[in-house]
Ligand binder design. Structure first.
Ligand SMILES: Cc1cc2nc3c(=O)[nH]c(=O)nc-3n(C[C@H](O)[C@H](O)[C@H](O)COP(=O)(O)OP(=O)(O)OC[C@H]3O[C@@H](n4cnc5c(N)ncnc54)[C@H](O)[C@@H]3O)c2cc1C
Ligand code: FES
Ligand code: FES
Length: 1338
C-alpha cells in the first residue's frame, strides 16, 4: 500500500496534485471552492439535475483507448479521479480566449434564460461531440436526458444542438421517402407562412465551425502514468474516513478481507446518495481503480459475461452490439435489458454507475435486476479464498445470507445466458416521467415453450417497485407450468400474481392501487407480446390478435422532434440600427454558456467568512418544549446558534398585511418552519451541527393539512372574497340544465435551478451591511434586514447580479432567511453565507397554492352558460404570505375568456399546517383557469357538443365587459383562436384522432384547444412604479440601471434595447451591471409579467431627459459621435446622468362593489395539443402543440417566445407530472429531482409550433408591447384537456358513460385508474380507513 499517496489528476489541461485530500470531499465543491471553477453548478447534489456535469477522460493502458464520458461532479468523490482528466465548462472556452461552438450556439439560439443549467447542458453536448462529432438526433436527446432546465422548455436547446447534426433540423429517418420537415402530421398540411412573420431566430451561417482538432488533448503525462506507474494501492486518510484504492485484483481482495464492511465504491451513484441524504457513514471505503478483471466482456458458449466494473453506458453499447451480431432468438434478454437501459437515469449516471454496483445495491426499483433475475443470470464472485458462482435469484435479491455475497467477496462479473428458441423475455416499466425517473413499477418476464408445444415449460416473473427489493412471483409461475398460452392462462396468472405479490394499502411509495393494476397490466402486455410472436412463428396453431388490441404493444407515438416558430417581422420603416423588435440574444447568453456568469454562490469567499445552516421543525403543529444546543455547539468550527431569543423584539416582520415570525419560538405550525440557525466556520461543520440540535416537541391539535380539513374546521385567513354580477339565482331558474362538480389541483414546486442563496457582508464601518441575495425583491430584503438589525434602510444595501430562476419563489421567504443571515453576520462582524441544499429548499419554501374549485353551471342545450356559481379554496399553508392576493387574482381571472352574464364566485384561503404557499408564475390564474375550463368541458359533455364549440359560444365578443365591469376588447382573442384552429388543422386532426381511436383499443389519442385571456396589472398604481438611472460617460459609453431583477426573463437585454433605441447608441455601448438598492431605491418586487414594461418606461424617461438636455449639443454637431457630445456636454457643465421614473398604471379594485379597473391590458392566446395515452400503463406522450399568442409589438421576439414556451412547459408539468407528496403527518416526501419530476427533454411536444399574431393595436405600454412572463403557463392545460379527451374516449368505449372527474396533475396513476377495465376491476381494494396510507393528497 502507498501510505502517503498523492492524488494526481488534470483539470482543463492543468495538473492538480493533492497531498491532503479529504476522501469525503466531492468533486463539485472541490472544483467550485478549491479551484474556483464556479461554472459547474450545484442544483441538487444527488445526480438528478445535471447542473454539475463535467467531462471525465480516462486512458486505458490495455486497450490504449481514451474514454470521454459525462459525469455528475456532485457524486464523484475527488479521490476517485486519480489519473483522470476533467474538463469543466471553463476548459472548453471563455470570452477571454475563444468560445467553443457549443457555447456559441446554445447562446445564439436563445437556449439560455436564467443560464443556471447552461454549463451542464454545454458539457453534456460537448462530451457527446467529443465522442460523436456528427451526432444523430437520437444521440442528442439521449445526451441531454439527464439535464434539467426550468426556464426554456428545451426547444431552443435542442435547436442549438441540432445544428451539429449532419442534417440539421431533420429526423434523418425518411419514412416513405419523405423527410419529417415536409410531411405534416397525419398527412395534414403544416403552418403556412405569412408575410408579416419570420421564421428564423438565429442564423446558422454565422456559427463557428466545430473543429475537433482544437479540443484539449488528453494529457500525455497521464498516459505515461497509466502505462508506467507502479501498481500500488493508494490510501487517502481524512478526519473521519479512509479511502483505499487498490489497483490489482489481489490487493482488492486483500483490502476486502481487511475491511469486510467497507463498501466497494464504483460509480458512487448508490452509496453517494445514501451518505448524503440518509446519513449513512462509512469509516473506510474501497474503490478499485482500473482493475481489468472487472471490465471483461466475454462471449462464452452459454452467454455473455460482463465485468461488474463496466458502466451501464458501456453495458448498453455492448448489448446493442450483441443484438446486432447474434441471432435474434439468442438475444431476448439483451433486448429487454437494452429497452430499460435507454430510459434508466440520464447519460451521466449511466456512464458512472457500474453493473456490479447496480446489481449489488438491489434497489427496490432497479430496472435491470428484474430482467437479470428472470434471465437466469449468475454472479461470479471472488475472494481470497477463491471464486464461486451464485444465481441472481429471489434469495439473492432478498439478501438471504446463504445466497448473498460474503462480506469479503467481490462481484467480478455477471453471466447473462443467451435465450433459446421458443424463449421470450420482455421488460416493462412505468414511471412518473418517461425518462430519467425511477420506475413506479417495473418488471421482467420470461417464458419458455417446448418446441411448437404451445405450453408453458418455464415461466419467470419479477417486479420492482412493489416491495423492499425486486420481487419474484415464483409460486405463481410454478403453478402455470404446463398450461397452454391462452386467455384462461392469463386470467389465472393475473389472479395468482396479485395474490403472491401482495401490496398492503399502507405500502411505502403510495399509489397502491395503481401499482396493483400495473402488475396485471404488464402481465397482459407480456401475454399479447408473446402471443403475437407465436402467431408470427406458427400462424397455423396460434390465433391472431384482434387488430385493435395490437395497440397495447406499440411504444407510444414517438418521432423526432422539431419545431417551428413564427414571429413578427420588424416594421420596414424602422431604422436599421434600432434593435427594438429584433431577436437579440440574451445579454448574458455567452457568459451563461461559458460559466462566467456569476451567481450568488459563485462569489469568492470573503475573508473569515462563516456558513449558516438552518434547523427546521419536524412537526406540523407542536409546542417546543426545549431546544438543546449543547452538542451542536461543542462541534469543532461551530461559532454560534441563532435562536429566537437573540431576535428578541425583531423576530417578526410585516411584508404585506400580517407580520410573520422569522424563527419559531414556543409553537411551530408546519414541518420545515425555521427554528434556529447554526453558524460555523465551514458549510460541512454547520450542516453537521444542525443535525445535532435537539428539539423536544409536544404535538398539538389540530393538525390541518388538506383544504377539506380546513373547511371542516373553519380554518381560514380573512377575509372571504366574493365577486358577483347579474342575477345568478334568477338565471338558474331559466336554464335547460344544471351541472355541479369540483376539481382539485395539487401545488407546484418552483424548482428554480439555483437554490436560495445569500451572502451578508458587514462593512465594518457605521454598521453598514451589504447583502448579496438571489431574490426578486431587493427592497424587501433591505427592509427586513434593516428591521432585524434595527438600522435605517440607508445602512443596508441589497445587491442582485442575476438570479438562477425564481418564478415567484424568491421574495418573502428569501427575505426571512436573508434577515437571519445578516443578523448572524452583524453579530459576529464576519461575512455569513447561506446556500440551501435542494431538499432544504423544497421543504422550507413551498410553492404554488393547491386549489379546490367547486362549480355549479346553468346552461342551455346549445351550450350557452347563463348562470355560474363558483367556490375557490386555496391551501395557503401556515402563514398568510401572499395567499390573499393569489386568491383575489384567481377570482378576478376566473372567467378566463368567457362572458358569463350571471356569475357569483366566492373564495377562501385556508390556513393549514403546511409550509406557506406563495407566489408562483401565473399567481392563481393557472388554477382558476383550469377550474372554469373543467366546468366547460363538463357542460359540453352534458350538451353532447365538442368542448371547443362550447368555448366558442361563450367567448367574449369583440367589445365586452368583465364581471368587475372593466371594458375588454377581445378582437385578438378570437383572432388567436381562429388562427390556432387553422394552424393546427383542428377539424382534420380531430377526424384523424377519431379514426385512430376507433382502430385502437389500448391506445387513445386526444385533442384539445384552450384559449387564454391573461389580464396584466398589479392592482395599484404604487405597485407599478419603477425607476431607472442612466449615466453617459465621456467616452460615449452608457450605463443603465433599473429596479428590475434579471432572473432569466431577459429584462436586462430588453432594457439595453430600450436605451439603445432611445439614445440611438449601439447595443454594444450600453452596459448594465445588476440591480442594487444603492442605485435604485424603493423598487417593487420583480414579477407579474410587467418588469420590462415598467422599468423600460422608466429608462425611456431617463433617456429622454438626457436627450432633451443634450439636444442643443447634438444639433450643433449632428454628425458627431456620443463621445463628442458627452465631452461637449461635460465642457458646458451639462449633467450626463439622469434618473427616470414611471408612476405605474392606474389600477384599482373595490371588493365591496365588485367593480374595478384592475388591469392595464389583456394578453390573448390559444393552444392546441394532441396526446396519445397508453390505457394500460397511464403513460402519455404529447404529440404536438400549436400556440398562437397576441403579444402586441414584441420588443424581443426571441425572448418573448422563450417566455411563452418555457411557461407552457412549466404549465404542462403542473397539470401532468409535477406531484408533491406529503405524509399523513405533513412531512414533504418530494424533496429533490429524484422524487419530484419536472418536465425534461423527453416531455416536450414532438412537434411544437409557436406563432405570434402580427401587431395590431397600439397601447400605452412600452412600445405597445405586452408582458409574456406568465400567460403561457395556463396553455399547458391544453395537454391536460387532450388527455381528458383521450381518457373520455377510452371510457366511452368501455361503456362508462357517467361524468368523468379528473384532478390535476393528471399523472400516469390518474390516467391509468380512470381508464377502467377488467384489470382495474380485478385488483383488490382496501376499505378506506382500514389502513394508514403512506401519503395523503394535498
Ligand atoms: C440520479 C439517479 C437516477 C437513477 N435512475 C435509475 C433508474 O432510472 N433506474 C434504475 O434502475 N436505477 C437508477 N439509479 C440507480 C443506479 O442504477 C445505481 O445507483 C447504480 O447502478 C449503482 O452503481 P454504482 O456503481 O454507482 O454503485 P456504488 O454506489 O459504487 O456501489 C453500490 C453498492 O454496490 C456495492 N458494490 C459495487 N460494486 C461491487 C462489486 N464489484 N462487488 C461487490 N460489491 C459491489 C458497493 O459495496 C455498494 O454497497 C439512479 C441513480 C441515480 C443517482
Ligand atoms: S448537482 Fe449534480 S446532478 Fe444536480
Ligand atoms: S435557463 Fe435552464 S434553468 Fe434557467
Amino acid at each position: 500500500m502507498d501510505g502517503a499517496a498523492e492524488l494526481v489528476f488534470y483539470v482543463n489541461g492543468r495538473k492538480v496534485i493533492e497531498k491532503n485530500v479529504d476522501p469525503e470531499t466531492m468533486l463539485l465543491p472541490y472544483l467550485r471552492k478549491k479551484l474556483r471553477l464556479t461554472g459547474t453548478k450545484y442544483g441538487c447534489g444527488g445526480g438528478g439535475c445535471g447542473a454539475c456535469t463535467v467531462m471525465i477522460s480516462r486512458y486505458n493502458p490495455v486497450t490504449k483507448k481514451i474514454r470521454h464520458y459525462p459525469a455528475n461532479a456532485c457524486l464523484i468523490p475527488v479521490c476517485s479521479v486519480h489519473g483522470a482528466a476533467i474538463t469543466t465548462v471553463e476548459g472548453i472556452g471563455s470570452t477571454k480566449t475563444r468560445i467553443h461552438p457549443v457555447q456559441e450556439r446554445i447562446a445564439k439560439c436563445h437556449g439560455t434564460q436564467c443560464g443556471f443549467c447552461t454549463p451542464g447542458m454545454v458539457m453534456s453536448m460537448y462530451t457527446l461531440l467529443r465522442n460523436h462529432p456528427d451526432p444523430t438526433l437520437d444521440q442528442l436527446t439521449d445526451a441531454l436526458g439527464g439535464n434539467l432546465c426550468r426556464c426554456t422548455g428545451y426547444r431552443p436547446i435542442i435547436d442549438a444542438c441540432k445544428t451539429f447534426c449532419n442534417t440539421s433540423g431533420c429526423c434523418q429517418s425518411k419514412e416513405n421517402g419523405v423527410c419529417c420537415l415536409n410531411q405534416g402530421i397525419n398527412g395534414l398540411p403544416e403552418v403556412e407562412e405569412g408575410d408579416e412573420t419570420s421564421q428564423k431566430l438565429f442564423s446558422e451561417e454565422e456559427f463557428l465551425p466545430l473543429d475537433p482538432t482544437q479540443e484539449l488533448i488528453f494529457p500525455p503525462e497521464l498516459m505515461i502514468m497509466a502505462e508506467k506507474q507502479p501498481q500500488r494501492t493508494r490510501v487517502f486518510g481524512g478526519d473521519r474516513m479512509t479511502w483505499i484504492s487498490p489497483v490489482t485484483l489481489k490487493d482488492l481482495l486483500e483490502a476486502k478481507v481487511k475491511y469486510p464492511q467497507a463498501p466497494v465504491i464504483m460509480g458512487n451513484t448508490s452509496t453517494g446518495p445514501e451518505v448524503k441524504f440518509k446519513g449513512v457513514f462509512h469509516p473506510v471505503v474501497i474503490s478499485p481503480d482500473r482493475i481489468e478483471e472487472l471490465n471483461v466482456v466475454n462471449y462464452a458458449y452459454n452467454g455473455l459475461t460482463l465485468g461488474a466494473g463496466l458502466s451501464l453506458a458501456q453495458v448498453k453499447d455492448i448489448l446493442a452490439d450483441a443484438v446486432l451480431k447474434l441471432p435474434e432468438e439468442k438475444t431476448q434478454t439483451y433486448q429487454a435489458l437494452l429497452k430499460h437501459l435507454r430510459t434508466l437515469a440520464g447519460s451521466q449516471i449511466r456512464n458512472m454507475a457500474s453493473l456490479g454496483g447496480h446489481i449489488v445495491s438491489r434497489h427496490l426499483d432497479s430496472d435491470l435486476n428484474p430482467i437479470l433475475a428472470v434471465g437466469n443470470c449468475t454472479l461470479n464472485l471472488l475472494s481470497k479464498e477463491g471464486g464461486r458462482q451464485i444465481p441472481l435469484n429471489e434469495q439473492f435479491l432478498r439478501k438471504c445470507p446463504s445466497a448473498d455475497l460474503k462480506p469479503e467477496e467481490i462481484l467480478i462479473s455477471v453471466n447473462i445466458p443467451y435465450s433459446r428458441k421458443w424463449e421470450f423475455v420482455s421488460a416493462f416499466r412505468q414511471a412518473q416521467r418517461q425518462q430519467n425517473a425511477l420506475a413506479i413499477v417495473n418488471s421482467g418476464m420470461r417464458v419458455f415453450f417446448g418446441e411448437g408445444s404451445g405450453t408453458v415449460r418455464e415461466l419467470s416473473i419479477s417486479y420492482g417497485g412493489v416491495g423492499p427489493t425486486t420481487i419474484c412471483a415464483k409460486n405463481s409461475c410454478q403453478k402455470l407450468i404446463g398450461r397452454p398460452w391462452n386467455e384462461e392462462m392469463l386470467d389465472a396468472a393475473c389472479r395468482l400474481v396479485l395474490e403472491e405479490v401482495f401490496l398492503p394499502g399502507s405500502a411505502p411509495g403510495g399509489k397502491v392501487e395503481f401499482k396493483r393494476t400495473l402488475i396485471v397490466s404488464f402481465l397482459f402486455k407480456f401475454y399479447l407480446e408473446v402471443s403475437q410472436i407465436l402467431k408470427r412463428m406458427d400462424p397455423v396453431h396460434y390465433p391472431s390478435l384482434e387488430d385493435k388490441y395490437e395497440s397495447a404493444l406499440e411504444d407510444l407515438y414517438s418521432r423526432h422532434r422539431w419545431s417551428a416558430v413564427n414571429y413578427q417581422n420588424v416594421d420596414p420603416k424602422q431604422l436599421p440600427q434600432d434593435p427594438i423588435g429584433h431577436p437579440i440574444m440574451h445579454l448574458s447568453g455567452i457568459k451563461h454558456a461559458t460559466g462566467e456568469a456569476i451567481y450568488c454562490d459563485d462569489m469568492p469567499t470573503v475573508d473569515r467568512e462563516l456558513f449558516l445552516a438552518f434547523v427546521t421543525s419536524s412537526r406540523a403543529h407542536a409546542k417546543i418544549v426545549s431546544i438543546d444546543l449543547s452538542e451542536a455547539l461543542s462541534l469543532p468550527g461551530v461559532v454560534d446558534i441563532v435562536t429566537e431569543e437573540h431576535l428578541e423584539g425583531v423576530n417578526s416582520f410585516c411584508f404585506l398585511t400580517k407580520p410573520e415570525k422569522l424563527l419559531g419560538s414556543e409553537e411551530v405550525f408546519c414541518v420545515g418552519q425555521l427554528v434556529c440557525a447554526v453558524i460555523a466556520e465551514s458549510e460541512i461543520q454547520a450542516r453537521r451541527a444542525a443535525k445535532l440540535v435537539k428539539i423536544v416537541y409536544q404535538d398539538l391539535e389540530p393538525v390541518i393539512l388538506t383544504i377539506e380539513e380546513a373547511i371542516q374546521r373553519n380554518s381560514f385567513f380573512e377575509p372571504e372574497r366574493k365577486l358577483e354580477c347579474g342575477n345568478v339565482d334568477e338565471a338558474f331558474k331559466v336554464v335547460d340544465q344544471i351541472v355541479e362538480g369540483e376539481i382539485h389541483l395539487g401545488g407546484q414546486e418552483h424548482f428554480y435551478m439555483e437554490t436560495q442563496s445569500m451572502l451578508a457582508v458587514p462593512k465594518g464601518e457605521d454598521r453598514e451591511m451589504d447583502i448579496y441575495v438571489s431574490t426578486q425583491y431587493p427592497k424587501g430584503i433591505q427592509d427586513i434586514v434593516a428591521s432585524v438589525l434595527k438600522l435605517p434602510a440607508n445602512k443596508v444595501m441589497c445587491h442582485v447580479k442575476r438570479v438562477g430562476g425564481a418564478f415567484g419563489g424568491k421574495a418573502f421567504r428569501t427575505g426571512i432567511m436573508a434577515a437571519i443571515t445578516a443578523f448572524a453576520a452583524n453579530k459576529h462582524g464576519r461575512a455569513v453565507r447561506c446556500i440551501l441544499e435542494r431538499g432544504e429548499d423544497m421543504l422550507i419554501t413551498a410553492g404554488r397554492h393547491p386549489y379546490l374549485g367547486k362549480y355549479k353551471a346553468g346552461f342551455m342545450n346549445d351550450g350557452r352558460i347563463l348562470a355560474l356559481e363558483m367556490e375557490h379554496y386555496t391551501n395557503g399553508g401556515a402563514s398568510l404570505d401572499e395567499s390573499l392576493l393569489v386568491l383575489e387574482v384567481g377570482i378576478l381571472k376566473m372567467e378566463n375568456c368567457y362572458k358569463f352574464p350571471n356569475l357569483r364566485c366566492r373564495g377562501r384561503a385556508c390556513r393549514t399546517n403546511l409550509p406557506s404557499s406563495t407566489a408562483f408564475r401565473g399567481f392563481g390564474f393557472p388554477q382558476a383557469g383550469l377550474i372554469i375550463e373543467s366546468c366547460i368541458t363538463e357542460v359540453a359533455a352534458k350538451c353532447g357538443l365538442p368542448p371547443e364549440k362550447v368555448r366558442m359560444i361563450n367567448m367574449y365578443k369583440e367589445i365586452d365587459q368583465t364581471p368587475y365591469k372593466q371594458e375588454i376588447n377581445a378582437k385578438n382573442l378570437s383572432q388567436c383562436w381562429k388562427e390556432c384552429m387553422t394552424m393546427s388543422s383542428y377539424s382534420l386532426r380531430k377526424a384523424a384522432v377519431e379514426k385512430f381511436n376507433s382502430e385502437n383499443y389500448w391506445k387513445k389519442k386526444g385533442l384539445a384547444m384552450v384559449p387564454v385571456k391573461y389580464p396584466v396589472g398589479l392592482g395599484s398604481r404604487a405597485a407599478g412604479q419603477a425607476a431607472a438611472l442612466v449615466h453617459i460617460y465621456l467616452d460615449g459609453s452608457v450605463l443603465v440601471t433599473h429596479g428590475g431583477i434579471e432572473m432569466g426573463q431577459g429584462v436586462h437585454t430588453k432594457m439595453i434595447q430600450v436605451a439603445s433605441r432611445e439614445l440611438g447608441v449601439p447595443l454594444s455601448d450600453v452596459h448594465l451591471r445588476g440591480t442594487s438598492t444603492e442605485t435604485i431605491p424603493n423598487t417593487n418586487v420583480s414579477g407579474g409579467s410587467v418588469v420590462a414594461d415598467l422599468n423600460g418606461l422608466a429608462i425611456k424617461d431617463a433617456c429622454q431627459t438626457l436627450l432633451k438636455r443634450l439636444e442643443p449639443i447634438i444639433s450643433k454637431n449632428p454628425r458627431g459621435t456620443w463621445k463628442d457630445w458627452a465631452q461637449a456636454a461635460f465642457d458646458e457643465s451639462i449633467s450626463l446622468s439622469a434618473t427616470g421614473y414611471f408612476r405605474g398604471y392606474e389600477s384599482s379594485m373595490n371588493w365591496e362593489t365588485g367593480e374595478g379597473q384592475m388591469f392595464e391590458y389583456f394578453v390573448f392566446g390559444a393552444a392546441c395539443s394532441e396526446v396519445e395515452i397508453d390505457c394500460l400503463t397511464g403513460a402519455h406522450k404529447n404529440i404536438r402543440t400549436d400556440i398562437v399568442m397576441d403579444i402586441g409589438h414584441s420588443i424581443n421576439p426571441a425572448i418573448d417566445i422563450g417566455q411563452i414556451e418555457g411557461a407552457f412547459v412549466q404549465g404542462m408539468g403542473l397539470y401532468t407530472i409535477e406531484e408533491l407528496s406529503y405524509s399523513p403527518q405533513g412531512v414533504l416526501y418530494t424533496r429533490g429531482p429524484d422524487q419530484y419530476k419536472i418536465p425534461t427533454i423527453c416531455d416536450i411536444p414532438t412537434e411544437f409550433h409557436i406563432s405570434l399574431l402580427p401587431p395590431s393595436q397600439n397601447s400605452n405600454t412600452l412600445y405597445s408591447s405586452k408582458g409574456m412572463g406568465e400567460s403561457g403557463v395556463f396553455l399547458g392545460s391544453s395537454v391536460f384537456f387532450a388527455i381528458h379527451d383521450a381518457v373520455s374516449t377510452a371510457r366511452r368505449e368501455r361503456g362508462l358513460l357517467g361524468p368523468l372527474k379528473l384532478n390535476s396533475p393528471l399523472t400516469p396513476e390518474k390516467i391509468r385508474m380512470a381508464c377502467e377495465d377488467k384489470f382495474t376491476k380485478m385488483i383488490p381494494r382496501d376499505k378506506p380507513g382500514s389502513y394508514v396510507p403512506w401519503n395523503i393528497p394535498i
